[in-house]
Design a protein around this ligand. Structure first.
Ligand code: FMN
Length: 184
């Protein structure tokens, strides 16, 4: 199972639209995937007490990460970085087993011309520190607002093809590395 992490909790976010497109591409290949939507995080996880004791409502999120054969992260760019809620989510997960030897792919989306290159590279610092295995081909969707139609479809064939290649490659990568990450 590949968990597609939609990396923000902003209502009506593009990250979720791109995550849905990515899920469709995995579906077309017969690869099992699911969207882990940060909008669905239980409000109680944001209590400072959660550092010491996670609320039970967070357990399903934790377990999905631990059970995943791979994590496909979709991040927007917020002030030159990735969203704070994504870092908070990462900080709430068990370590080291959540990311140790776990395959990870990155897709960035932003209004600007770099398509969230910086947020993805910042995530690579974090996941590198945690000994995750990076899928090397990253996808950056620049000017994303102009590339999504009203139904949330990508109008850029070039970017759709990049995502198709990335999902195919990452599915293959996770299959080859299956079982290498600790399962919870
Ligand atoms: C808080 C915030 C900060 C942003 N900062 C940047 C930025 O630094 N660079 C950029 O290119 N776009 C920036 N944007 C625009 C977003 O990258 C763009 O609208 C993106 O699609 C938003 O992602 P989302 O819809 O998944 O939340 C910012 C948007 C928000 C909400």
């Amino acid at each position: 199972m590949i968990e597609i992490i939609s990396g923000t909790n902003r209502p009506d976010c593009n990250a979720l639209k791109i995550s849905r497109l990515i899920k469709k591409l995995y579906d077309e290949q017969g690869v099992e995937s699911a969207i882990l939507n940060l909008q669905d995080l239980p409000p109680e996880i944001f209590s400072p007490a959660s550092y010491a004791k996670k609320p039970d409502s967070f357990l399903p999120f934790q377990n999905r990460v631990l059970q995943a054969d791979g994590l496909h992260i979709v991040t927007p760019e917020y002030n030159g970085g990735f969203p704070g809620v994504l870092k908070y989510f990462i900080d709430m997960l068990k370590f080291p087993e959540s990311f140790e030897s776990r395959p990870v792919a990155f897709t960035g989306e932003a209004a600007g011309v770099w398509g969230a290159l910086r947020p993805v590279e910042m995530l690579q610092l974090v996941f590198g520190y945690r000994n995750a295995f990076f899928y090397p081909k990253r996808v950056f969707i620049e000017g994303v607002g102009n590339k999504l139609d009203a139904e949330g479809n990508l109008t850029s064939e070039k970017h759709l093809e990049m995502l198709r290649e990335q999902t195919k490659g990452f599915a293959n990568f996770t299959q080859r590395l299956q079982g290498i990450a600790a399962k919870g």
